[in-house]
Design a protein around this ligand. Sequence first.
Ligand code: PHE
Length: 444
Amino acid sequence: MNDAPREQWASRMGFVLAAVGSAVGLGNMWRFPYFAAENGGAAFVFLYLLMVALVGLPIMLAEFAIGRGSKKSPIQALEYFGGPAWKPLGVLFVLGGFLILSYYAVVAGWTLRYAWQAVVAGFGGDLGAFFGQAASGPDAVGWHIAFMLVTVTIVAGGIRGGIERSAVILMPLLFFIVVGLAIFAATLPGAGAGYAFYLKMDFSAILSFRVLTEATSQAFFSLSLGMGAMLTYSSYLSRDDNMPRESVIIAGSDFLIAFLAGLMVFPLIFALGLAGDVSEDQIGALFIALPGAFGEMGAVGRPVGILFFFALLVGALTSAISLLEVVVSAIIDNWSWPRRRAALVMGVLITLAGIPSALNTNVLGVVDQIAGNLILAVGALSLAIFVGWVMPDPIGEVRKGAEGVRWLPVWRAFLRYAVPPLLTVILYFSVRSTIGMIRGLFGG
Ligand code: PHE
């Protein structure tokens, strides 16, 4: 066992900003806008919000109850409240963090490369070819390594000195940039067409299980749920804060940034008549169409491009930090390693595991589907059952610091009776599309 006293956040604000930092990332500013545009526009946004309220918030509160209640990293926390039979779920969380970070850092590496390009030269020429070069092969591997180096350095710095400090500085900055760019985008001539593309209402999507599944997976991914990230962060809480209120703040900020990202991205693209690029290749869409817009905009294109990729990078970094922290905290607690060694060794292993994704975007897509969709859905379903049926007194735990909140019994009943059947249906569709995708990869 590790004898050092458990680290703690310095302030409530620090915890909230770090949790928002975990939630806000590539999922918001890159995945959400084009998911919405492709899956029914306003209908998707509506279903997404519904799923955030129905399953996202209850699961986030469930993770907080386990984390703060046990003050332990995932594997030991689940054992603490549920006995050794629940340890494998903790192992799945750690594996999830490991796998998600392996490809997340690859896309973050592209972002780093683009941010660099925005600063040193700006965008121009054949951006499809530029993306092809940046997104696979040696370039992608190199920038992936560079991004992981930054992530490891911050996590090695500890909860207060590394994670909290970076979140407190970076998250307000990100927020102002996104709001500023969304306002700027609203002044562009193509704004109306951009909003229409983003939010046109497709009523049939509301009744589609496929869209519902997409919205649910996106909610878990965007809120960092189902793999113990929020559990781990809340395990460093010292005081008994009002966790229901904090989960609403975190989920609200996460949605706000995702929604604003759409309001900034599509007007930019439509103002410059590059909409055709968006629909071509999902993964690359924004990395081709947006720089195209920055390149065409003349003098303002340069600063706008720098700000956009900087914000994207900040979001990716604070999320990657939380992914690595899940793995590192488990290693510290289970093997008694010092934090620095855990961060370094795990960082190297995750970097290596990401190399296939850096070399081939199809591999990246499959790992995303398995870890980013499937593991999170399995994890969230198990968490609902765990806190609903197994954990001794989750309501009592959440009530500390939230004495006035009346609906906690409703929350628990929800975790017991509503969330599991709903997520079982979602999981069924998710497994089906995973199998389809793996078949596709092998050309079957
Ligand atoms: N929420 C992050 C994003 O939206 C990704 C993430 C998923 C982070 C799971 C931690 C855990 O980009």
